[in-house]
Design a protein around this ligand. Structure first.
Ligand code: 9MR
Length: 342
């Protein structure tokens, strides 16, 4: 009897598990991540449980950004970011750093900063290197620079572009000096359907390679909708992967009600459309050579946590894989079944 039990546990159970995986992350050959909010991790047990069990990579949705970690010129505050890192470390999850340089969520003192080019460079370098050094060995990679190009492919005007020539390349160099092992990403949105933006990013990568600027990955945010074109998504992924850099779908959500129709109903037809878009995205990622697959990260966990509801004030939006109560949605369950290796 005992022997039979041992046999069952050793040989049959793992097999059963492989055939009926419970978690989407278990059917994927790359990390599945989510961005998280430390207050939710603290206050909501279900959120914490889902974050810990469903994902093996974590990004801070807001708490490693300039406004939060560097609130005053002479003060850094890593408390909330550190909470997220501890949460991940306790569960052996990867942490992805987001983001060292952005035109948004910049503290007032930086916006008001006065000085010549050298002073601006010193200020940004100190920021990047203090944050990267603090998280050295704790994060696998960084979104070093976020959203530097406009849709027409020109450099986005920002305090960084206005005051620091070649600020993107310099930021990558400074980050690399502070954490030579971190995988350094350029992260942006909307490359699908915006060929000029895509081209600008690819040109930047070529230019960085020529100049030996340390860039190792491209973050494609993938804030898309059911109306996004599959062909455009596939093309963007193919072109990005052709750089040889690591690829991260870094902020995935798929909007079902992009026009914010107040009468919108998340019915079976809408769910089907969303499912086919999720399948397109996951399959496009699987086409990326394995060595370049950094992972897919969804932008938060449950529909109720999505920035599309909060920031964009679209109450009838359902872009994620879990519902407001953190139950896996049908899109999650079908995705799991469809991506399961037979
Ligand atoms: O999800 C983030 C939201 O909570 C913030 O209020 C917002 C501020 O602009 O930033 C959101 O995250 C953004 C990310 O950092 C960069 N790509 C776009 C994301 C959605 O706006």
């Amino acid at each position: 009897m005992k022997l039979r039990y041992v046999f069952f546990c050793l040989l049959v159970l793992p097999h059963l598990h492989a055939q009926n995986p419970r978690f989407l992350k278990d059917v994927l050959s790359f990390p599945l991540g989510a961005s998280v909010n430390p207050r939710m991790l603290d206050e909501n047990m279900t959120y914490r449980e889902r974050a810990g069990s469903e994902f093996n990579s974590i990004t801070a949705e807001n708490h490693m950004k300039m406004v939060n970690v560097h609130p005053a010129a002479d003060r850094f505050d890593f408390d909330k970011g550190d909470e997220i890192v501890r949460f991940a470390q306790n569960r052996k999850m990867r942490v992805h750093g987001h983001t060292l340089v952005w035109h948004n969520q910049v503290p007032t003192w930086m916006k008001d900063f006065q000085g010549d080019t050298k002073a601006w460079e010193d200020m940004l370098k100190l920021h990047i290197q203090t944050v990267a050094a603090h998280y050295q060995g704790k994060v696998a990679g960084w979104d070093v620079v976020n959203e530097s190009f406009l849709d027409d492919g020109t450099l986005r005007p920002s305090i960084w572009a206005d005051h620091i020539p070649d600020y993107i390349a310099k930021s990558f160099q400074w980050a690399h000096e502070a954490d030579p092992k971190a995988i350094l990403f350029y992260n942006d949105y909307g490359q699908d359907g915006k060929p000029k933006k895509m081209e600008a990013i690819l040109n930047m990568v070529q230019d960085f390679k020529r100049r030996n600027i340390p860039i190792h990955g491209l973050g494609l945010q993938m804030h898309i909708s059911v109306q996004s074109s599959n062909a455009a998504i596939e093309e963007v992924v193919r072109k990005s992967a052709a750089t040889g850099l690591k690829i991260h779908f870094s902020e995935l959500d798929i909007a079902v009600n992009p026009k914010n129709n107040p009468d919108f109903v998340y019915d079976d037809a809408a769910k089907d459309e969303q499912l086919s878009k999720y399948l397109c995205v996951f399959k496009a990622f699987q086409e990326v050579p394995v060595a370049q697959q950094y992972g897919i990260t969804t932008w938060n966990i449950g529909d109720g946590d999505s920035w599309l509801r909060g920031y964009f004030k679209r109450p009838k939006e359902y872009p994620l894989l879990f519902d407001e109560a953190y139950r896996p949605k049908s899109v999650y369950r079908i995705l799991l079944q469809s991506l399961k290796k037979i």
